[in-house]
Design a protein around this ligand. Structure first.
Ligand code: IPM
Ligand code: MG
Length: 360
């Protein structure tokens, strides 16, 4: 039976990087006889322009019916003035929530070829391989009530809510432990239990879940310390599990350890490993349309899709190998460029990965 992949390029650099990732995916599809069929649709600002909302019902239905979704990025200045409830980002949050994609895997792996592109000293990041497991459908991103109210003195006050139920914490903790079990067997749970009630429960539930994983070494860290440790001694971490907002922030920070956020892929999975795959970076409106964005994060997201949704490990590894070979050739987009390397554009980078994959 054929497998359906829904492609949602989104806004800004989204369509440019997606075009390259799709080339790689199409080649993998024929080379490894994966039996994929593709369809395309709009999300974010592009959907606002077409349908007046950032995620149309028909697009959501298509995503539900698909076996996996590949997404570019959403948002841009054109839609900044729109009211919060129908901003481009709401489309992304809605598809995550509606598909139940609670487990967001964000690996920060340093390709040895890029050690000098990192903002940290090479010896601090050499060999870095961290996995951030971010809770993606709960917490302050979705908590109610939220809004703006008027105080007695006439001043406006805005507020958000950070709720976590035991079951939400338990299921993401399990993903963290499961991932640690097949990696370095170390899990660090990141919270702010010295201040937040939600974090106190988080820590308690993670402790309970830990009883089922005696083979995994569990530690807890406050998020402020974790942010510091990530730039001080990042190799102490194997898997980190954390809530929606802390994970958003720490994964951006971790990306810079690897040279550029343009290298970081992600997988967002439901309880059956159905997934949506997207680069961790945003739509980068400042460089959109210039053909200079780094397509590797999206290409590596394709590889995560093959691995997690389709168990196509050989094809996934081949794509990662192709990326590594292209870096060996000295090809660099601007974000990972350093002296002596060849600066290439989005399309050249994509073509080089396709050529490397074809020859494997
Ligand atoms: C991310 C992004 C999104 C998030 C935005 C675009 C809503 O920053 O995927 O990390 O905050 O989750
Ligand atoms: Mg983010």
């Amino acid at each position: 039976m054929s497998k359906q992949i829904l492609i949602l390029p989104g806004d800004g650099i989204g369509p440019e990087i997606m075009a390259e990732a799709v080339k790689v995916l199409e080649l993998a599809n024929t080379k490894y006889q994966l039996g994929f069929e593709f369809s395309h649709d709009v999300i974010g600002g592009a959907a606002i322009d077409k349908h007046g909302v950032p995620l149309a019902d028909e697009t959501l239905e298509r995503a539900r019916a698909a076996d996996a979704v590949l997404l570019g990025a959403v948002g841009g200045p054109k839609w900044d003035a729109i009211e919060r409830d129908i901003r481009p980002e709401r489309g992304l949050l809605k598809i995550r929530a509606q598909l139940g994609l609670f487990a967001n895997l964000r690996p920060a792996i340093l390709y040895p070829q890029l050690a000098d592109a990192s903002s940290l000293k090479p010896e601090i990041v050499a060999g870095l391989d961290i996995l951030i497991v971010r809770e993606l459908t709960g917490g302050i991103y979705f908590g109610a009530p939220r809004g703006t109210r008027e105080l007695d003195n006439g001043e406006r006050q805005a507020y958000d809510t950070l709720p976590y139920s035991e079951s939400e914490i338990r299921r993401i903790a399990r993903v963290g432990f499961d991932m640690a079990r097949v990696r370095g067997k170390k899990l660090c749970s990141v919270d702010k239990a010295n201040v937040l009630a939600s974090s106190q429960l988080w820590r308690e539930v993670v402790e309970q879940v830990a009883k089922d994983y005696p083979d995994v070494e569990l530690s807890h860290m406050y998020v402020d310390n974790a942010a510091m440790q990530l730039v001080r001694a990042p190799k102490q971490f194997d898997v980190m599990v954390t809530d929606n907002m802390f994970g958003d922030i720490l994964s951006d920070e971790a990306s810079m350890l690897t040279g550029s956020i343009g290298m970081l892929p992600s997988a967002s999975l439901d309880s059956n490993n159905k997934g949506m795959y997207e680069p961790c970076h945003g739509s980068a409106p400042d460089i959109a349309g210039k053909g200079i964005a780094n397509p590797l994060a999206t290409i590596l997201s394709v590889s995560m899709m093959l691995r997690y949704s389709f168990n196509q490990h050989a094809a996934a590894e081949a794509i990662e190998k192709a990326v590594s070979l292209v870096l060996d050739q000295g090809l660099r987009t601007g974000d990972i460029w350093s002296e002596g390397k060849a600066k290439v554009g989005t399309q050249e980078m994509g073509d080089a990965v396709v050529a490397a994959l074809r020859n494997l």
